[in-house]
Design a protein around this ligand. Structure first.
Ligand SMILES: NC(=O)c1ccc[n+]([C@@H]2O[C@H](COP(=O)([O-])OP(=O)(O)OC[C@H]3O[C@@H](n4cnc5c(N)ncnc54)[C@H](OP(=O)(O)O)[C@@H]3O)[C@@H](O)[C@H]2O)c1
Length: 276
């Protein structure tokens, strides 16, 4: 019998576990009693010491072979995967016209295809064990198109459709899937964002103003432990809802408002807020 089965521990796998929401979630799940494996592009001893209890595996969500290898090594060690939290992600920003195709492709590859690769690698094990819970980290920007973040928003909108479809396919195998949609959180995300910094284009002045507002909101956002708490709470349920927003109240309210008021009114509110 495998080690973790003997101990009766539930196995969780968290991608993007080196920083921000993913790291807070991995550490929270350790405290909740899970055996937690965390994906990191670069594994080192220092990181192992920082996130106590999280067992790091080297994995790049852009590389299918590394995703398959990481998932296979968890299964070889423990015999199962109970929880997947697909959190790895990054953002690009800039006007559509100013964004380069390689950057656009990277955005979709990390945020959308990266989550798809990870889910596909975990599904066979979850299907055979006839249980599993998958949490995909989307964004409120996947419910509302953000100005000057067309491709980040697109990558998160794509995940919304992916989750809705997947839920239908895997329910009969005891697998439930949820997209958690964070509003603004104060993490490394803002600093890692790749900006289309073209000194003088038709859009540069407006872009700088809008990204300034967006980055200010992120840096004054919630602590990632709040998202981890929301995720831990969801995982105490027997089955997962399709989607759940987490983060500042007024942003969660905005996602609700978009569903209930005429879109032209909602869009006008956004234009005023971002001064576009
Ligand atoms: N912060 C916010 O306001 C906010 C709002 C809505 C949604 N989100 C979403 O929340 C998730 C986590 O973001 P965060 O705010 O916690 O940002 P963060 O602190 O920058 O963390 C991002 C994580 O993703 C990992 N990552 C990036 N590219 C990767 C790749 N190619 N392969 C494997 N791992 C990769 C990073 O790992 P490395 O150490 O290897 O770079 C890091 O662990 C993202 O999906 C983001 O879109 C964040």
């Amino acid at each position: 019998m495998k080690q973790a089965e003997q101990k009766g521990k539930r196995i969780a796998f968290v991608t993007g576990a080196t920083s921000g929401i993913g790291r807070a979630t991995a550490e929270r799940l350790v405290r909740e009693g899970y055996e937690v494996y965390g994906a990191a592009r670069h594994v080192n001893q220092e990181r192992q010491n920082v996130a106590q209890g999280v067992r790091y595996l080297a994995m790049d969500v852009q590389n299918a072979a590394s995703v398959d290898a990481a998932v296979s090594s968890i299964i070889a060690e423990t015999g199962r995967i109970d929880i997947l939290v697909a959190c790895a992600g990054m953002g690009i920003a800039g006007a559509v016209e100013d964004s380069s195709m390689p950057e656009i492709e990277r955005q979709m590859d990390v945020n959308f295809l990266g989550a798809v690769r990870t889910v596909k690698a975990c599904l066979p094990c979850m299907r055979v064990q006839h249980s599993g819970r998958i949490i995909i980290i989307g964004s409120i920007a996947g419910r509302i198109g953000m100005p000057f973040q067309a491709f980040y928003s697109s990558s998160k909108f794509a995940l919304e459709g992916f989750v809705e479809s997947l839920r239908h396919e895997v329910r009969k195998y005891g697998i439930s899937v949820c997209i958690v949609e964070p509003g603004d959180f104060k993490t490394g995300f803002t600093g890692s964002r790749a900006k289309a910094e073209l000194s003088d284009t038709a859009y540069s002045e407006t872009f700088r103003r809008v990204i300034g507002i967006q980055e200010h909101d992120e840096q004054n956002g919630c602590d990632p432990s709040k998202a981890a708490e929301g995720i831990a709470k969801l995982l105490r349920r027997n089955s997962l809802p399709a989607r759940r927003t987490v983060g500042p109240g007024f942003q969660r309210f905005a996602a609700f408002l978009k569903r209930v008021i005429p879109y032209a009114w909602f869009e006008a509110f956004y234009r005023i807020y971002y001064k576009v």
